[in-house]
Design a protein around this ligand. Structure first.
Ligand code: ZN
Length: 133
C-alpha cells in the first residue's frame, strides 16, 4: 500500500499525459494485482482517461469544454475562475485503473491525463496503489 506524490508545472490549459508517472508508481510499489487511484487535490484541475494517439482529440475536448463552460458575467465567485471550477467538476478529480501482472490495464489508445483549467499553476497529483505484491 503506497502513496506517491508527483509535481506538475501546468503553464497552459491543457491535458498533460501522466501515464509514465502512474506506470512508475506501479513499478515502485511492487504491486502486481490491484488498483491504482490517480487523484488531483485541486478544484480547477482534474484527471481523466482518453485517447493518447491523435493529439487532435485533446484539442477537440478542450475546444468543447471551452464552448460548454464559457466565462459568464452572471458568475458570482470573486476569484473569477468559475468556468475552470465547472470544467474540473465535469472532468472529475480521480480515475481508478486496474493493475494486473504488475502492469496498468489500459486500452491501446488510452492515456491518463492531468487536466489543467486555470493556468499557470504549480500542481501536484497523487497515485495510491492498493493490492498485493
Ligand atoms: Zn476559484
Amino acid at each position: 500500500m503506497s502513496l506517491y506524490e508527483y509535481k506538475l508545472d501546468a503553464s497552459k490549459q491543457d491535458f498533460y499525459n501522466i501515464t509514465p508517472q502512474v506506470r512508475e508508481a506501479v513499478s515502485k510499489s511492487d504491486v502486481t494485482d490491484g488498483i491504482a487511484v490517480v487523484y488531483c487535490p485541486h478544484t480547477t484541475a482534474g484527471i481523466t482517461i482518453n485517447e493518447n494517439a491523435d493529439p487532435d482529440v485533446v484539442r477537440d475536448l478542450l475546444f468543447a469544454l471551452d464552448q460548454s463552460f464559457p466565462d459568464r458575467p452572471e458568475f458570482s465567485h470573486s476569484e473569477g475562475n468559475s468556468a475552470a471550477h465547472l470544467k474540473a467538476s465535469a472532468i472529475g478529480s480521480s480515475v481508478t485503473v486496474i493493475i494486473e501482472g504488475g502492469k496498468l490495464v489500459l486500452g491501446t489508445w488510452q492515456g491518463i491525463y492531468f487536466c489543467e483549467f486555470d493556468p499557470p499553476r504549480s500542481r501536484k497529483f497523487y497515485v495510491k496503489i492498493i493490492g498485493k505484491e
